[in-house]
Design a protein around this ligand. Structure first.
Ligand SMILES: Nc1nc2c(ncn2[C@@H]2O[C@H](COP(=O)(O)O[C@H]3[C@@H](O)[C@H](n4cnc5c(=O)[nH]c(N)nc54)O[C@@H]3COP(=O)(O)O)[C@@H](O)[C@H]2O)c(=O)[nH]1
Length: 727
């Protein structure tokens, strides 16, 4: 600071050290006049003190001084760091060479010889002040430079360290990217792939080159998992992140499950620059989970549902069956003497036998039925059936005969038979466990009957089913064995007492079952699809018989044949009626067909068309059991019906029950108003005859007049030609 002040106002600051006052003054005046700022010291001690208080730019130093001489002052100056660079010019005698040598050795920059020459003093002072300044500037410059170099060096060292750390991090990140087992896909903001790792290639089958630049959607399963993909896109856009399960697609087209985590990457300004997805193939994990789930719900040996799953399936089957008005049957099937198979052939073969049986059962049941195994040699089958139990019965028979065949296991021929117990939701319980328990009881009975057999839990059902089965098996060959016969029940005109017609009623006499009533076998014939065949046989028999009566001149009476619902629904029936009449040469006016309300109400429009065609060819129609069903009176108007039959249930108490009387009366009145005739059936007493006659009934049939008679009996009655009212 002081320096700056002196430098501004002078050519420089000089310290003159001289013990001779005259010389000191001379030099001082000379230099002051020349523009220097001059300080003075008369001896060595003051010189050092003055110099230390503020270093001058140059020191003119006398060598010979009392006390501390100039050499000592110079040595001390050079030894003081802040003064060591101050140039020293020694003032000495003219030719004292030793002084010069010693002075230069001590660091002096020059010598000025006494007596002083003003120009020389000024020239040397100017030169060394300038030189000193130049050196100082240089030194300052260098110091600044060194400081800068040091700073820059430190900065570079820091940068190098940072870069090294960055490189280390990048190297680590790259290693993680390369070595991780999870696939990594990086896309740009538009979803175009910009980087993938080796695990990606391993999982997806795509090399990096094949997908770079492609849209990331390429890797997704598409439609198969559209929901997850949309959720992921929305969540990443909204929250910057999404993780969850997706379905992905490999290069070969296979779809596989993946666990994915997707995130946004932003730059320092917060702009989204990339999307990163990390995902793993969880096919195996899923398969393991699936296996665990499967094993907890299935029997390990056969793969069939176990009891837990069976309960679930049963509940579903029962719910559906109830909605559709059906029942559910549970069968317990047990292999007869399975223990002896194990004992004779070993458990290994026993296990295989169970697997073969399991496969057989699974392939034999219908879709929707469930085969289960709870252990041992016992299987359960859940069957959705109708209330007739025909499917259950058919399945039980099929299984029994299917398992009766010889099994070949590991080259061993093994014979197994089975027994089946059946319980039905209608009567035997409505929980799986209850039905299994009851089916097990039935199974026990089946074994008692003699194995290779089935039994129902409810004895009544068991008897019914066995009865049904017997009828079914006998019914098939009944026509061929000539076991059917048509009986005829007279229909009497109440005005004349004459027999004007007859109802044809089928009779079946079977050597095994004896006489089977038609209301027992006709519904089963419908169920087994035999009713058309039987109906055709009846129609042909009746036409053939009428032809005989006509040819014998026994009067041309009308015979009514009953038509089952399945016959009426059959499009071939009307043409068949026509061709049969033609075949036997019987005029259509002698044939009547009896239908019931339920026969026509199934499809009333179709019924109207079929009835019209029958009417067109001349056949008359009777509506049987009138009033017992849910008939619609408006349909009655549309149906081309000739005769209404008052059902026997109203006739029975017509004379004693006012309601029945009212119904009978209404039917008579309704029929007449619609231009129909009325026949009362099941008439058994004279009172009924009188009552109905008095109320205008047209015709009657019933035991009062005659039971149904076979052709010979009826022929005899025809021959009598008597008034049937005279009894
Ligand atoms: N689709 C066909 N159905 C037929 C055929 N043959 C008969 N059936 C139907 O079977 C049901 C039972 O018939 P069935 O046992 O023959 O009984 C009939 C008469 O025997 C009986 N009947 C007549 N009079 C009396 C009587 O005074 N008392 C009394 N207890 N029973 C009597 O009524 C039956 C006649 O019924 P319906 O047909 O309603 O007139 C029966 O529904 C027949 O229709 C056939 O070939 N095909």
């Amino acid at each position: 600071m002081h320096r700056d002040l002196s430098e501004q106002h002078t050519k420089g600051e000089v310290l003159i050290v001289e013990d001779t006052p005259a010389s000191l003054k001379l030099l001082s005046d000379l230099l002051t006049e020349a523009g220097y700022y001059v300080r003075q010291a008369p001896n060595g001690e003051l010189a050092l003190w003055t110099a230390q208080s503020r270093p001058p730019e140059l020191i003119l130093l006398d060598i010979r001084m009392p006390g501390m001489d100039g050499f000592e002052v110079c040595r001390r100056l050079k030894a003081t760091p802040e003064l060591s660079q101050v140039p020293v010019i020694f003032l000495s005698a003219q030719h004292d060479t030793d002084d010069k040598v010693r002075g230069f050795e001590l660091g002096a920059v020059d010598f000025v010889a006494k007596p002083f020459q003003a120009e020389e003093i000024l020239a040397r002072t100017d030169a060394h002040v300038k030189l000193g300044r130049a050196q100082k500037a240089l030194a300052e410059e260098r110091a600044l430079l060194e400081e800068r170099v040091a700073e820059r060096t430190a900065e570079l060292a820091r940068e190098v360290e940072q870069r090294r750390a960055n490189e280390e991090f990048l190297r680590l990140a790259s290693q993680v990217f390369e070595a991780t087992q999870d696939a990594i896909v990086v896309t740009d903001v538009n979803g175009h792939i910009v980087a993938t790792n080796p695990a990606f290639t391993q999982i997806s089958g795509y090399s990096a080159d094949e997908v770079l630049g492609q849209n990331v959607g390429l890797l997704h399963a598409g439609e198969a998992d559209a929901g997850s993909f949309e959720a992921m896109v929305n969540s990443v856009a909204k929250t910057g992140h999404w993780s969850g399960e997706i379905l992905a697609r490999r290069k070969n087209g296979d779809i596989y499950p993946g666990l994915l985590s997707a995130s946004l990457v932003r730059d320092e300004q917060g702009q989204v620059i990339n999307h990163v997805a990390v995902f793993m193939d969880i096919t195996e994990r899923k398969a393991e989970q699936h296996l665990i789930d499967f094993l907890s719900n299935h029997d390990a040996l056969t793969g069939l549902p176990n009891r837990m799953l069976a309960r679930e399936r049963f509940a579903q089957t029962l719910a559906t069956a109830r909605r559709e008005g059906r029942c559910v049957a549970v069968m317990c099937l047990d292999l007869d003497r399975f223990k002896s198979i194990n004992d004779s052939y070993g458990h290994h073969i026993g296990d295989k036998a169970l697997q073969v049986v399991s496969t057989y059962l699974t392939e034999t049941v219908r879709e929707g039925d469930t085969v289960t195994r709870q252990g041992g040699d016992e299987f359960q089958i859940i069957i959705a059936d109708d209330t007739q139990l025909s499917a259950t019965l058919a399945l039980a028979q099929q299984i029994l005969s299917g398992l009766r065949k010889e099994l070949v296991i590991d080259g061993q021929q093994i014979t197994v038979t089975s027994s089946i117990g059946i319980a039905v939701s209608l009567t035997d319980g409505d929980s799986f466990d209850e039905l299994v328990r009851n089916a097990d009881t039935a199974l026990f009975r089946a074994k008692e009957i003699g194995r290779d057999n089935y039994a129902f839990f409810t004895e009544r059902m068991d008897a019914e089913i066995r009865d049904k089965l017997a009828i079914q098996s006998q019914l098939r060959g009944a026509i061929a064995r000539d076991e059917f016969e048509v009986h005829y029940q007279p229909q009497v005109c109440l005005k004349t007492g004459a027999m004007v017609g007859a109802e044809a009623l089928l009779r079946w006499d079977n050597p095994v079952l004896g006489k089977v009533p038609p209301n027992r076998f006709i519904p089963l014939a419908e169920e087994y699809g035999l009713v058309n065949l039987i109906g055709e046989w009846v129609l042909e028999s009746v036409c053939a018989q009428m032809k005989v009566w006509h040819d014998q001149g026994l009067g041309k009476i009308k015979v009514a044949v009953n038509l089952a619902a399945a016959q009426f629904a059959n499009d071939a029936t009307v043409p068949y009626v026509e061709s049969t009449l033609r075949k036997f040469g019987v005029a259509a006016e002698y044939l009547g067909l009896e239908i019931t309300e339920s026969t026509v109400m199934g499809d009333p429009n179709k019924a109207v068309a079929a009835l019209r065609r029958l009417k067109d060819i001349g056949v008359s129609i009777s509506l049987d059991d009138f009033g017992t069903g849910y008939s619609s009176l408006s349909y009655l108007k549309r149906f081309p019906i000739d005769v209404l039959k008052i059902d026997k249930s109203f006739v029975d108490d017509v004379t004693t029950n006012s309601a029945d009387a009212a119904i009978a009366l209404s039917v008579i009145s309704l029929a007449h108003n619609l231009n129909m005739r009325v026949i009362a059936e099941g008439v058994e007493t004279r009172e009924q005859v009188r009552f109905l006659t008095d109320r205008g009934c047209d015709e009657m049939q019933g035991y009062y007049f005659s039971r149904p008679l076979n052709a010979d009996g009826f022929t005899a009655l025809l021959r009598e030609r008597r008034n049937l009212l005279d009894m």
